[in-house]
Write a protein that binds this ligand. Structure first.
Ligand code: FE2
Length: 282
């Protein structure tokens, strides 16, 4: 990526054509899950080649399962390493969660207990994976709906892991908002306690309120104003990193996504440049 301000969009099959058409949607970069594209041939393999020729690529995986008890899946990571090399990927990210146990896929991103023994375990695994990939991992703060046997706060858990492992942080601002709402803490205080100098990548997304005291991180709705405000509050305290609009379901008209990306870009320009805002290059 060339400029300081890069606003990306998840490349999803449902909206794939828009990324290549004139008058479609043209983000500064795209993000995909490597699991969905490794070894892809045929029609979709060609589309992937075209789209990655046109846009810089960031990888955001689903199955690293960094918190699992067993060894990492080295065969999978070998393919990720090759994908990173072939497509000049700057960031390979995944979640600070676990999704597998005893070789069973749990099909969910579950919170790792906020505990000292878990910190030690995860730090060791991150170091092994980073050594293998020969690059830092970038791990995302997850949304969670109940904490398990916690003996420290989520902030202490994340900060310890980042500090001890040398990994980078993918800060999902919507996840901070969702967790703060559901677990009744102050989202700005949470942001203040994050190692913001280690944030390499930001996610922004919408969520869904299913009852007055519970919201779910769905990536299926527009971003709400308080999450934009929290984003503004956050990036004022840090330097430029790529920012992704995550939209995975319930796709609206492209104009709506363009407007959201334009708003993210304006907030970035306000905080990260002193230049006159340039419109219209999305
Ligand atoms: Fe995210």
């Amino acid at each position: 990526m060339k400029e300081d301000i890069n606003i990306g969009l998840g490349f999803r099959r449902e909206i794939a054509g828009n990324f290549l058409e004139e008058g479609g949607i043209h983000p500064d970069f795209i993000e995909v899950a490597p699991e969905n594209w490794i070894d892809m041939g045929g029609y979709w393999g060609d589309v992937f080649k075209k789209v990655t020729d046109k846009y810089p690529l960031i990888l955001h995986g689903l199955s690293l399962s960094i918190g699992s008890p067993e060894k990492p899946d080295w065969e999978f990571l070998k393919k990720v390493k090759q994908l990173v090399k072939d497509f000049h990927v700057e960031i390979y990210s995944d979640h600070l969660t676990f999704a597998k146990m005893d070789n069973a896929h749990l099909y969910d991103l579950l919170p790792i207990p906020f505990r000292e023994d878990a910190v030690k375990h995860v730090v060791q695994r991150i170091k092994e994976v980073q050594d293998f990939l020969e690059r830092p991992l970038t791990l995302e703060n997850a949304s969670y709906y109940t904490s398990v046997a916690a003996e420290m706060t989520e902030q202490q858990f994340i900060s310890s892991i980042v500090e001890e492992s040398g990994c980078n942080l993918l800060l999902d601002v919507n996840n901070v908002y969702v967790n703060a709402f559901n677990h009744q803490y102050d989202a700005q205080e949470f942001i203040d306690s994050m190692p913001l100098e280690r944030v390499a990548y930001i996610h922004m997304a919408g969520h869904y309120k299913i009852q007055p005291d519970l919201i779910i991180d769905t990536h299926s709705e527009a971003i709400i104003d308080p999450v934009f405000d929290l984003f503004d509050y956050t990036i004022e305290k840090m330097g430029p990193v790529p920012v992704l609009l995550e939209r995975d379901f319930n796709f609206p008209e492209m104009e709506e996504l363009k407007t959201e990306m334009g708003r993210l870009k304006s907030i970035c320009q306000k905080n990260w440049t002193s230049d006159v805002i340039q419109q219209g290059n999305i």
